[in-house]
Design a protein around this ligand. Structure first.
Ligand code: SME
Length: 316
């Protein structure tokens, strides 16, 4: 089995060589060393430059210091333990079939691991700070195996853009099956955030997933989303794809946004878009908006799936 580990934590701990007021500048250099992973990390955590600055300011040097010393002391031993167990479990896990690598890095401590698809394959990123803050770092192998289980489960349901409508349909039905569990016992706002993360995580060609909610005065106001920040915080009914979908109460699929005259650009990377109105008791209460970096990203299977996701939200 090829080596699946890359420990880049020394790049992260370099932060300690800088005074705290320079941590944001440090982060720019750090980002240049791991551009794809850290860019996706920002998107997954809904971070923009100002929230990134706030998070960095809230990090405690003392904790990072302790973590760095801990990892210098036991990192090599912990990694060896993981590799030993991996060797034994490789067949059962079918690891060599999966196109992925584990990067040990430091982040802002939100979670212990993230799955980050890149053009060269998937990266399972372990955030050492997340492991430290959750107190689980002392059982590092279980963090790695938890991340791998998550990845393996993910790779069975991950919807890839190159899949045919039929292949997508099979995976969408698995996703629809698990959605109610994800939504259980959550408030409406939490459900919106859960769905945005869920779609972003499991569908490769959904590159901006979010909700707009109807306010009075026939206005759509930005709600939970995952993806690049957008300047369209409020959209009047009738304006852009979103406003047209709200006006007509109908699903709007745009295979090529460059050909659409009534379109509000969010990112230059966006090539196609779909908007599904959320209709409750005959009223548009909001809508689900998805942008794709792939041209003609949304087939019949996507439309059916997203309509069902919206129904599940309204019903729940
Ligand atoms: N493209 C949308 C605006 C919203 S952003 O894509 C997030 C539109 O034309 O309404």
């Amino acid at each position: 089995m090829r080596s699946i580990f890359r420990d880049f934590s020394y790049d992260y701990f370099d932060i300690l060589a800088h005074p705290k007021e320079q941590w944001y500048d440090f982060w720019q250099t750090y980002r240049e060393k791991h551009p794809k992973v850290l860019q996706e990390y920002m998107l997954k955590n809904n971070l923009n430059e100002s929230t990134l600055k706030e998070k960095l300011e809230s990090l405690e040097r003392r904790e990072l210091d302790k973590l760095s010393q801990y990892w210098q002391r036991v990192g090599a031993i912990e990694k060896a333990k993981v590799l030993k167990t991996l060797g034994k479990r490789a067949d059962a896990l079918h690891l060599e079939r999966e196109d992925f690598v584990i990067h040990i890095l430091g982040g802002l401590g939100e979670r212990e691991h993230f799955i980050i698809p890149t053009s060269k394959g998937n990266v399972v990123m372990i955030d050492l700070l997340g492991c430290w803050l959750s107190g689980k770092i002392e059982d590092f192998p279980s963090i790695v195996f938890g991340a791998l289980d998550d990845f393996i489960e993910y790779s069975h349901v991950h919807v890839r853009h190159f899949m045919s409508d039929d292949e997508r349909r099979k995976r969408f039905s698995l996703l629809l099956h698990r959605l109610p569990t994800e939504l259980r016992d959550k408030t409406f706002d939490e459900k919106l955030a859960t769905i945005a993360c869920f779609l972003d995580k499991y569908v490769e060609h959904y590159n901006w997933s979010g909700f707009y909610l109807t306010t009075n005065d026939r206005l759509l106001s930005l709600g939970a989303f995952v993806g690049e920040p957008t300047e369209h915080l409020e959209i009047p009914f009738g304006s852009g794809i979103c406003g047209q979908a709200a006006e007509t109460m109908d699903v709007f699929v745009v295979p090529d946004v460059s050909k659409e005259e009534n379109y509000l650009a969010c990112s230059l990377k966006t090539k196609s878009e779909i908007v599904i109105p959320l209709i409750k008791e005959g009223q548009v209460i909001g809508e689900l908006d998805i942008d794709s970096h792939f041209p003609n990203g949304f087939g019949a299977s996507d439309r059916e799936f997203l309509e069902k996701v919206c129904e599940a939200l309204i019903r729940s």
